[in-house]
Design a protein. Sequence first.
Length: 352
Amino acid sequence: MSSLATKPLIDAETTLMFSEAAEGGAAVERFLTTNAAALARLSAHLQANPPRSVTTVARGSSDHAATFGKYLIETLTGVPTSTAAMSVSSIYAAPVVAADSLCIAISQSGRSPDLLATVEAHRKAGAYIVALVNDETSPLAAMADVLLPLYAGPEKSVAATKSYIASLAGLAAIAAGWAGDEALLDALKTLPAQLKAAFALDWTSAVKTLSDANNLFVIGRGYGFAVAQEAALKLKETCALHAEAFSSAEVKHGPMAIVNDGFPVLAFATSDAAGDGVREVAQEFAGRGASVMLANVEAVAGTIALPALASHAALEPILMIQSFYRLANGLSVARGLDPDSPPHLNKVTKTV
C-alpha cells in the first residue's frame, strides 16, 4: 500500500469520477445523435471551403483532445494544424493572421478569459469558429459559427472524464466528415457500445505496480499520444503520482536513460504502425527490467497486459482512455486519496 495512507478511505465505485467516467458511452451517443445535422453542415462547409490551416484553442484535458484532433486532421486531410499560444492574445494583444483558417475551441466551461480572448482574436481576423463546449450558455458558445455541444451532462468531479471522451469523439466526427472517411464514420456508430465494454475491462493488474510508485512514463504515438498526455495528467491530478507523457519516438532520446529495473511505464499501443513503435519500446524497456504495463489488443511477452478492444485505429485510444479512467479512480482510492477533490485544484480554472 502507498505510504500516502494505510488503507482506502472510500469505496472506489462510489466516487463521482467513477460514475461520471462510466457515462462516457452515453455521452458520445448523445453527442453524435444530437449533433448529427450540425456535423453534416460542417462537413459540407469544410469540403466546399477548405481552410488553409487549423488552429486549436484549449487547455488541460481539452488541449490533450486537441492533440488528438491534430493527428486526425493532418492524417485525413493534410491541412496543417497547430495549437494557439493563448497569451499571444490575452496578454500581448498581438495581431492574429487567420483569414481562410478554421479555429476549433474545446472547453468544458467555455468561460476562461484567455481562451475567449484567443477565439475572439481569431474570429475578428476571419477564422471560421467551431466550438466543442459542454456549457451551451457559455460566452464561447455564443462566439461560434458552428456550436457542437458536448452533451456530457453535469461533471462535478474535478477530474474531467466523460467530457474529454466526448471531445475526442467530436473531433473524430469532424475529421471523418470533412475527409469523407466512410470507414471511420461507420466505426463511430459502434463507439458508444464499445465504450461501455471498455469501462468494464479489468486493468487492476496495474494497481499493484503503481500503488507505491513515485514516478512513471506514459507512452503513446500517433493517435495514441493524446491519451498518453491525458493519462499522465490524471495520474498527477488524482493519484499524486508524477507521470510524464512521451511519444515512443521521443522517449528514445534523453528520457530513456532513467528507465531501469523496476521503473514503471504505462504504454498505449494502437493497432496501426504507430502502435508498432509503442510495442517495440515497451519490449525494450521490459528487457531492461522495467515494469511495463501495456494496453494492447493482444498480450505482449514481458509486459503486464492491460486488455484493449479492437476498433478503427483512430478510435482505439478513446476506448483505452475509458478503461484507464476506471484504473485511475481505483488507484487514487488505493493510495488513500479522493479522486473527486484533488488538493489545490478547482473545477473551472479561469486563466488570463
